[in-house]
Design a protein around this ligand. Structure first.
Ligand SMILES: C[S@@+](CC[C@H](N)C(=O)[O-])C[C@H]1O[C@@H](n2cnc3c(N)ncnc32)[C@H](O)[C@@H]1O
Length: 232
């Protein structure tokens, strides 16, 4: 079941690269916000980074290339994808370690603390209780002054999951013009089987409950968002 959940990524990583290249999920915009968050919080600091659901770390490696990095740790369910991650990280010449397995469990094996915990488009694969538990673990693994940068796609308040996915799939068919019918079908099947987005409000509620301070940032649109959760 778990391996199936990442088949879209491990066997068809080129589809995700196409999505990034055409900015269909706003990686470019989210990357600019991430860069300014980094500059505002860690301008002259060498940081320890933990990346949950890192994928090939392509997006983050381009950002880290311009920052001072003491260490990078990436966790991903797909060991196949981590082969691409190694190549992208080798290009930017930083010390890194990679763990293959579920981020919600692998994180327990880490004994260090981090300045930045980054997770992009991976949290929605967890059930809500797992998302909350993982956010609590992130808080525990952050240094004082550290941040969680959480990027994901979100349902509207009160919106039912099937309806949300219907609308997302409709948007893909209408606007993702470089995605073929076959790729469309793969994405749709993946979303219907394995995507469990929560709402933006729920992140605010959980964040405050755990003790994070939440900073408001420019919104990308009604469903693609970046949250900055700080630990003081
Ligand atoms: C949409 S990709 C995002 C990759 C990268 N973070 C980015 O934004 O470009 C989602 C990634 O999350 C991984 N993933 C899904 N569920 C996971 C879990 N429970 N633990 C760790 N990784 C997971 C998948 O293997 C995939 O590489």
């Amino acid at each position: 079941m778990r391996e199936n959940s990442v088949a879209l990524f491990s066997k068809n990583w080129s589809i995700y690269q196409k999505i990034i290249a055409h900015n269909y999920m706003f990686h470019r915009d989210l990357g600019s916000i991430t860069t300014s968050v980094w500059e505002n919080n860690f301008k002259n600091t060498s940081v320890n980074v933990l990346d949950l659901g890192c994928g090939d770390a392509y997006q983050l490696s381009t950002i880290m290339d311009r920052c001072q990095i003491n260490s990078y740790t990436g966790i991903d369910l797909s060991s196949a994808v981590l082969e691409y991650t190694k190549l992208n990280l080798a290009k930017i010449n930083i010390p890194f370690s990679l763990l293959a397995g579920p981020m919600e469990m692998e994180i327990d094996k880490l004994h260090n603390t981090y300045n930045v915990i980054y997770s992009s488009y991976a949290f929605h694969h967890l059930q809500d209780q797992e998302k909350l538990e993982l956010l609590k673990k992130c808080y525990a693994k952050l240094d004082a002054g550290g941040v969680v940068i959480l990027i994901d796609h979100f349902k509207q308040d009160g919106q039912d999951r099937d309806k949300y996915i219907d609308e997302y799939v409709h948007d893909i068919k209408t606007n993702w013009l470089h995605i073929t019918l076959e790729e469309n079908e793969l994405i749709e099947n993946h979303m219907r089987g394995y995507d469990f987005p929560t709402t933006a409000n729920q992140i605010n509620i959980w964040g405050k409950e755990i003790g994070f301070s939440l900073e408001s940032l420019p919104d990308i649109n009604h469903c693609h968002k970046l949250f900055l959760l700080k630990k003081f």
